[in-house]
Design a binder for this molecule. Structure first.
Ligand SMILES: [Mg+2]
Ligand SMILES: [Zn+2]
Length: 172
């Protein structure tokens, strides 16, 4: 039974931001918009008795494309609708840090910190990096298929087409 949900942020909670055909994320608060798909599952998240975490790569911080205050502001917006136990960001650029997904350490550190069980944990994401971070951490993974990622080669435990389908999986 799942007691710990690790949510990716961009493309799961909020809409991605397209920049010249590239999938990007909000850099200013005015670019932050909740996904309707996410808002639809807010009641279920708020009655979920386990833990909700958010684990997100935000390399635009290290690239000086976004101010750290924007992340804080977005956290406040998210916390108005759900109650995550902790939100963790990798704000590093490239793959040289220890935390950037597909590395598992953001997940592993939370699992250690809160003494959680891996077989009670799942990550939900919209990118290959999310799924690989879950695989690398040894937890279940759920891939949200969208119009911008449907050609990705990815091997999650489950693929879903809407977040509502997540709660229809036989995990709870
Ligand atoms: Mg994402
Ligand atoms: Zn990092």
């Amino acid at each position: 039974m799942i007691k710990n949900i690790f949510l990716d942020r961009d493309g799961i909670i909020n809409e991605i931001v397209m920049r010249a055909d590239l999938v990007s994320s909000p850099r200013v608060i005015s670019e932050f918009t909740f996904k309707n798909d996410f808002l639809n599952i807010v009641p279920k998240l708020n009655t979920f008795s386990g833990n909700i975490f958010i684990v997100s790569n935000q390399p635009d911080i290290a690239r000086n494309l976004m101010d750290i205050d924007v992340l804080e502001h977005i956290n406040i917006e998210i916390s108005k609708v759900i109650n995550p136990k902790e939100i963790v960001y990798c704000t590093c650029d490239g793959g040289n840090c220890g935390c950037r997904k597909p590395k598992p350490s953001m997940i592993n550190q939370l699992i250690d910190k809160y003494n959680l069980k891996k077989n009670e944990s799942v990550i939900v994401g919209d990118s290959v990096k999310d799924i690989e971070s879950g695989i690398n951490a040894g937890i279940l993974s759920v891939f949200l298929e969208t119009d911008y990622n449907k050609n990705q080669i990815v091997t999650p435990n489950y693929k879903i087409k809407s977040l509502n389908d997540f709660f229809q999986l036989n995990l709870f």
